[in-house]
Design a protein around this ligand. Structure first.
Ligand code: AMP
Ligand code: MG
Length: 341
């Protein structure tokens, strides 16, 4: 089976062709970063207009790179939430039009669940693997920080999430305060590379309650107060401050993830979403974990359509399908697939 994946939940226009095993025939992404950078965040109106402009070309190019034509497509999988509604609509309408014209099945995919499937694409140790469950999944992105127990393909249990800001958002705000545009993560990582991560002691988590929940608003405020109150050090020790802030956020992620991994006795940990590209997070988690830790291959850590296509094929195999009434949702929970009768 050849699955066309379409992903337009945020600021990247993406299309990919993947087979039902997770072999990637093409994976194309047109980044809108340059159009949003000056605004310090994503402007929804600009994002949806750019998607509308680019989506047709991106899909055609993905087919060309895969050396196939529209007629060769067996299934269309499109992200329909969570994300910016105006952005999601462009991808979903493109998917509907193709489904209608080609008479091929259409399936709507949860963007976050799609990220989980970035771990099962070609090039990953989990590609086509069978015996890796249960896995603990840390979704860590610009808008989400969640721990999910993946008991099998398409079978999930939410364990904990952030009470306030996402980890990526805390890094983005810090970068923005320093005058850098969106996304802040790669900039802070680069600046902090040569820095001493123990230069500033930022606070960890202190709230009572679930040991699997996160909170990043405290550290975000502490980071910004620190920058405001130490303008002298910001000019002389920026690398040390950036490294310390990044490490403090990573410490929170690692502490909660390892606790959940141990309590739920999982056989491995998967880390997905934009922040999974962070080198310090990868190195520290791999060093501290006693069980295998999996990260997506670099092209699949950021938003992409290959993960959406593979996730779509898994759902389709379970007999799920959508129709032309499919809608978009700014908020959407990851749900386990219904048990096949
Ligand atoms: P996503 O929400 O999955 O599209 O990912 C975007 C988020 O990932 C933003 O908050 C980025 O700042 C963050 N991000 C991307 N690359 C890195 C990195 N190398 N280190 C830390 N955060 C990153
Ligand atoms: Mg994403």
């Amino acid at each position: 089976m050849k699955i066309l994946g379409i992903e337009t939940s945020c600021d990247d226009t993406a299309a990919a062709v993947v087979d039902s095993n997770g072999r990637v025939l093409s994976n194309l992404l047109s980044s809108q970063e340059a159009f949003h950078r000056d605004f310090g965040g994503i402007v929804p109106e600009i994002a949806s207009r750019k998607h509308a402009e680019l989506i047709g070309y991106v899909i055609l190019e993905a087919l060309t790179l895969a050396h196939i034509t529209l007629q060769d497509i067996d299934l269309i999988a499109v992200t329909n939430g969570p994300g910016l509604e105006g952005s999601l609509l462009v991808g979903v309408e493109a998917g509907k039009a193709l489904s209608f014209a080609l008479e091929r099945p259409l399936i709507g995919i949860n963007h976050l669940e799609g990220h989980i499937y970035s771990l099962f694409l070609e090039g990953s140790p989990l590609y086509n693997a069978k015996a890796y469950f249960p896995l603990l999944i840390l979704i860590v992105s610009g808008g989400h920080t969640e721990l999910i127990l993946m008991e099998d393909h398409l079978k999930y249990r939410m364990i904990g999430r952030t009470r306030d800001d996402a980890a990526g958002e805390a890094i983005d705000k810090f970068a923005r305060f320093l005058g850098y545009g969106y996304p802040g993560g790669p900039v802070i990582e680069k600046i902090g590379q040569s820095g001493n991560p123990d230069f500033v002691k930022f606070p960890g988590l202190s709230f009572k309650g679930s040991p699997y929940e996160f909170s990043f608003s405290g550290i975000k405020t502490a980071g910004i107060y620190y920058l405001e109150g130490h303008s002298d050090l910001v000019s002389t020790h920026l690398a040390d401050i950036a490294a310390s802030y990044e490490k403090a956020i990573i410490n929170i992620l690692i502490e909660r993830t390892l606790k959940a991994a141990s309590d739920f006795n999982v056989s491995g940990i998967g880390v997905v979403g934009g922040v999974s590209a962070n080198k310090r997070l990868k190195e520290m988690l791999m060093a501290e974990s006693k069980i295998p830790v999996y990260f997506p291959q670099k092209p699949y850590s950021t938003d992409n359509a290959a993960m959406i296509a593979l996730c779509g094929s898994k759902h389709y195999k379970m007999g799920e399908m959508d129709n032309l009434l499919i809608d978009v949702y700014s908020r959407l929970e990851i749900q386990s697939a219904p048990v096949k009768k």
